[in-house]
Design a protein around this ligand. Structure first.
Ligand code: 6R9
Length: 652
């Protein structure tokens, strides 16, 4: 990358100090950075003591065969015991673990004592189905308590789970069942989505007709929607309420090796076969627990935590299940969409349960911005004390909106950078320590080593951009790609010898803080300058008429690539208004410099997003270059692309 171009880009001068009260009482202070710097492995060994081990580890890291790491290898523990039983033993059985809120408005609160009984029953049921330690179990469920119970039941008996997001098709499910060679599938008749039951079981039936899925011997089915006409395969299919409910609610957890596989999770990679990211037990749980405690400053006695992700994504694994429950948190689990039955549903839930910590994605924040400030203003959000963001770079304007309209202009916003592969958070402010900067994840967490390098792998000076890399192993790192060690080496450890290549562009500002610039494939080359799509998008979103923007580089004979922007306007703005595109182009030029001025700007109603909410710029590039669209199967709603194409004028 040519660094000078990035160095000149977006200037964000706003700063927010931690609230004094929060800083004074914070779980983690600046001292943690010093401690971890002086003795990184000693620091992680200390964090491992947050957990209850059946056999305490004496080794911290075995890096004798890099990049195949072993953490706490001679320790033994049970993850479900750590997330459930030990809290009950500590007298916290009556504390609510999950406040479940169904989309149709049904709700149910489950205490830790109840969760222990449910997980034990489910573990006994899996054993009755013949599941043994090491067998893989596929889970294809809506956001209902049984999803959390199933994951913990698998962990309890040492059967690695593989969650497949409920919005994925039969094809995607079949590929994942096949790759992991799953023996059992846990599903439901359906779940609720935008006020309607949406079926799941038919996709399982279809997936199990595909070659490579023959080893699935049982399908365990939760009754959620009570839909009629569910096909049933005798001898294979069994109802949850028939099998699980008749089991004993007693089960003694067995301790497993720290490096025993905990789960496989497939990344929604844009090309090629999905990668089965493998996570193991002790290191993963240590970092999930520590980061949840540190970054959200969790006070389990008083906080109500809510992570809005789906359990089918890594964010749901680490910050709905393993982080919060290992810390004995009380949390909200919500089944549905933010706008069902109305656009204030989330804020109504915050008010109802007195949510104190909210963790969501930029895409949801930008949607709320678009729907209007008056919607959250109708609810009492005063319980909130910390707001988190994950999944994409958050535009500074969306960050400031989130703090102002959701966080009463007082709560810290923590922008957390991490990946399915890293398992848990890696780069983030600490709410009681860091003076935050809108749009930046800022600093590696204590015990984490990250930096930005140029094409040759040399660390860039402050004020320059390049590639984000991780320079030391960390406890919750992926151990390999399931069944494909070579691909693990090639994808992550070959670009910069011996160091982990994250695939994200990043820059360091004058203070050395890290700003994420999106996937490296999303960096544009315009007249010899590298320009990040993220920064042009943020410049557009900082205009009061724009709610959301997606920017791509389209091949251009004069400038190599030309910047093409798709924008969603705020409600009430007229897309046809004279001079609108000129006004937006001028605004970008003023914010970033004339080189970053988009050649074309197209107002659109929606943007193509993956099911986890990330903008699919690849498809917009196809549109901008008048190509036939590539694979649209991972889109939430493929009709979005028809609408965008219909708007497109002939190439200028
Ligand atoms: C947790 C999760 C990982 C990719 C990652 C990056 C993007 C995530 C971000 C962020 C900027 C943040 N990403 N958090 N970019 N700032 N705070 O999302 O995992 O689905 O595997 O995606 O998401 O591009 O490389 P995953």
């Amino acid at each position: 990358m040519s660094n000078e171009s990035l160095a000149n880009l977006l200037k964000e001068e706003r700063r927010f100090a931690p609230p004094a009260g929060l800083a004074a009482e914070a779980n983690v202070t600046a001292e943690a950075y010093e401690r971890a710097k002086a003795d990184r492995l000693g620091f992680w060994a200390e964090q491992a003591r947050r957990l209850s081990w059946a056999t305490e580890p004496t080794e911290t890291l075995d890096w004798s065969n890099p990049p195949f790491a072993k953490w706490f290898a001679d320790g033994k523990l049970n993850v479900a015991y750590n997330c459930v039983d030990r809290h009950v033993e500590n007298g916290l059985g009556d504390r609510v673990a999950l406040h479940f809120e169904g989309e149709p408005g049904d709700s149910r609160s489950i205490t830790y004592a109840e969760l222990q009984r449910e997980v034990s029953r489910a573990a006994n049921a899996l054993l009755e189905l013949g599941v043994q330690a090491g067998d893989r179990v596929a889970i294809y469920l809506p956001m209902i308590p049984e999803a959390v119970v199933s994951m913990l039941a698998c962990a309890r008996i040492g059967a690695p789970h593989s969650l497949v997001f409920g919005g994925f098709s039969a094809d995607a499910l079949a590929t994942r069942i096949n790759d992991a060679d799953a023996r059992v599938v846990i599903t439901a008749d359906g779940g609720y989505r935008r006020g309607k039951p949406s079926a799941l079981k038919p996709a399982v039936d279809e997936a199990l007709t595909r070659p490579g899925t023959e080893n699935v011997r049982s399908v365990l089915v939760v009754r959620r929607t009570g839909q009629e006409g569910i096909d049933w395969t005798e001898g294979r299919d069994v109802w949850w309420h028939e099998l699980v409910e008749r089991q004993s609610d007693q089960h003694t957890p067995e301790a497993f090796d720290a490096e025993h596989p905990l789960f496989i999770l497939y990344t929604s990679g844009t090309t090629g076969k999905p990668k089965g990211i493998l996570h193991t037990t002790g290191g993963y749980l240590t970092q999930a627990s520590y980061t949840h405690h540190a970054v959200f400053d969790l006070k389990p006695e008083t906080d109500v935590f809510w992570c809005t992700a789906d359990v089918g994504w890594v964010t749901g694994h680490s910050y709905i299940v393993y982080g919060p429950l290992s810390n004995g948190a009380t949390e909200v689990l919500y089944e549905g969409t933010p706008d069902s039955p109305h656009q204030g549903r989330w804020w109504e839930i915050v008010q109802k349960y007195g949510v104190t910590i909210l963790y969501t994605a930029p895409t949801a924040i930008r949607a709320a911005m678009k729907w209007g400030d008056d919607i959250p203003a109708k609810f009492d959000l005063s319980s909130l004390r910390i707001l988190g963001s994950v999944g994409e770079p958050i535009n500074p304007e969306a960050w400031v909106w989130y703090r102002k309209h959701i966080g009463a202009d007082t709560t810290p916003v923590v922008d957390t950078w991490w990946q399915t592969e890293t398992g848990t958070m890696m780069i983030s402010p600490l709410p009681g320590v860091t003076e935050t900067k809108p749009g930046s994840a800022q600093v590696p967490l204590p015990g984490i080593s990250a930096t930005v390098v140029d094409d040759d792998g040399n660390e860039v000076p402050n004020g320059h951009g390049g590639y984000l890399i991780l320079t030391e192993p960390w406890p919750s790192m992926l151990r390999t790609i399931w069944g494909d060690d070579q691909r693990y080496l090639d994808t992550y450890w070959s670009r910069f010898e011996g160091r982990y290549f994250a695939g994200d562009g990043a820059k360091k500002d004058e203070d050395g803080d890290i700003w994420l610039l999106g996937r490296v494939d999303d960096v544009m080359l315009v007249s010899g300058h590298n320009i990040s799509t993220t920064e042009v998008e943020s410049a557009l979103v900082s205009h009061p008429k724009v709610a959301e923007a997606a920017v791509v580089g389209a091949t251009d004979p004069q400038t190599t690539q030309a910047i093409c922007a798709f924008v969603i306007l705020r409600s009430g703005v007229d897309a046809e208004a004279e001079g609108l595109t000129e006004e937006l182009r001028a605004h970008v030029a003023k914010q970033l410099g004339p080189i970053a001025k988009p050649k074309r700007i197209l107002p659109v109603a929606e943007l193509p997003k993956t099911r986890s909410g990330k903008i699919m710029r690849r498809l917009l590039r196809d549109v901008a270059e008048n190509r036939t669209l590539g694979d649209v199967t991972t889109l939430t709603d493929s009709s979005v692309m028809d609408l965008i194409q219909a708007k497109l004028p002939a190439t200028p």
